[in-house]
Design a protein around this ligand. Structure first.
Ligand SMILES: Cc1cc2nc3c(=O)[nH]c(=O)nc-3n(C[C@H](O)[C@H](O)[C@H](O)COP(=O)(O)OP(=O)(O)OC[C@H]3O[C@@H](n4cnc5c(N)ncnc54)[C@H](O)[C@@H]3O)c2cc1C
Length: 343
């Protein structure tokens, strides 16, 4: 079965990888001159599930994504800069304390995969001072989204500089729209309520204090352990912005957010690089995955959790395309479907 995939970011490349492993023949069409040209082009990303207080269908979706991803990351290893360093989610206020204590109980993960740690325990784990109690995911960490796109697409037919503007001209059995907000340009998806959220990530040189950081920190922002002397510090979240120009004030906003939670890290930082792009998201901030018509599918709106969400979505779509069923509960299929926005 030949499957046209429109878009060469995490959504498109992960799907191509899974389809190929399931015996199909995926073909990627990418508008830019390289893969991972959009939101997926960062050098460092955090793979953490989207943590909810109650465990519902969408928690199952992100939970499945986490464990599926560990197997894939293990396979790719150094080629994707995999650093399973663990992640501390800081409980910085009453709302987060309540929420993540509930997560701990309702998610019911094994103690090896999720536990609560005091500020003192977190400090020992992190190698720098942590001011709050944390939810600790020892097997979470960082990968390079850009590199994993290239690994996913290895051995797959890719057409770069090929902006698809209609599906009829493409050969193949089915097509999958995996092109972020550009899905709206296709009649079959035009009425799905998708929007963009700008984000800028900053790369900062390590300092005497930060060089000891051993885990990824999640606090509303994200601070990764240094790689080759440079930390990834992210990200701004700007729903009202649609341009991807690079801005000094966004680097400052990333630093100020870090200092607001870790006053002991305050100081002068050397910004070595930065990157801005548009996330695509939906009205309820969950992805839009599934079949749109007889021969057209969609995978978009991965929001801020695209590393895990793109992979679990790829497995769901591949099941549907190759075997004729999503392979997930009706609750999850309905929560992902574009039909949830009707009425
Ligand atoms: C600053 C920032 C930080 C982030 N940090 C994290 C993180 O730490 N962890 C995490 O899990 N997620 C993170 N995300 C979110 C994650 O990057 C996205 O969810 C993910 O990249 C979305 O992948 P995608 O393939 O849907 O979209 P994209 O990567 O935007 O890919 C869409 C592709 O489609 C192509 N395209 C568009 N139109 C056409 C057309 N007509 N024909 C052919 N190709 C077309 C585009 O050129 C693009 O390459 C972050 C995002 C940003 C912006």
């Amino acid at each position: 079965m030949r499957v046209n995939i429109i878009g060469g970011g995490l959504a498109g490349c992960a799907l191509a990888y899974v389809l190929k492993n399931n015996g199909a023949e995926p073909v990627i069409y990418e508008a830019s001159s390289c893969l991972a040209a959009g939101a997926s082009g960062n050098d460092v990303g955090l793979y953490n599930p989207r943590l909810s207080a109650q465990f519902d269908g969408m928690s199952q979706f992100y939970s499945d994504g986490f464990f599926q991803a560990l197997e894939v990351f293990e396979h790719f290893g150094d080629a994707i800069d995999w650093n399973p360093c663990g992640a501390l989610t800081l409980m910085t206020n009453e709302r987060r304390i309540k929420r993540f204590r509930k997560t701990m109980v309702s998610w019911d993960w094994s103690g090896d995969d999720m536990c609560l740690v005091s500020a003192q325990e977190a400090t020992e784990i992190a190698g720098i001072e942590i001011p709050n109690e944390c939810l600790y995911l020892p097997r979470s960490g960082n990968i390079s989204p850009k590199k994993i796109c290239h690994e996913y697409a290895r051995g797959i037919e890719v057409h770069l500089n090929h902006a698809v503007d209609g599906l009829d001209a493409l050969e193949g059995d089915v097509s999958v729209l995996a092109c972020g907000v550009a899905c709206l340009g296709f009649e079959v998806a035009a009425r799905i309520p998708l929007k963009t959220v700008r984000g800028q990530v900053s790369y900062v040189a390590q300092t005497e204090v930060t060089k000891d950081l051993k885990v990824a920190l999640s606090y509303g922002g994200h601070f990764a352990p240094a790689r080759d002397g440079v930390h990834c510090l992210g990200s701004t979240f700007q729903p009202w912005e649609e341009r991807s120009d690079l801005r000094d004030e966004d680097d400052l906003a990333n630093l100020e957010k870090l200092f607001s939670v870790f006053p002991n890290l305050e100081g002068n930082y050397n910004i070595t690089d930065r990157r801005a792009a548009m996330r695509t998201t939906s009205r309820d901030h969950f992805p839009v995955i599934g079949q749109l018509s007889d021969d057209v599918y969609i995978s978009t709106a991965h929001g801020s959790y695209g590393i895990l969400s793109s992979l679990v979505s790829a497995n769901i779509l591949s099941n549907s395309i190759v075997n004729g069923g999503y392979g997930v509960s009706e609750e999850i299929a309905a929560a992902l479907s574009f039909t949830r926005f009707k009425g």
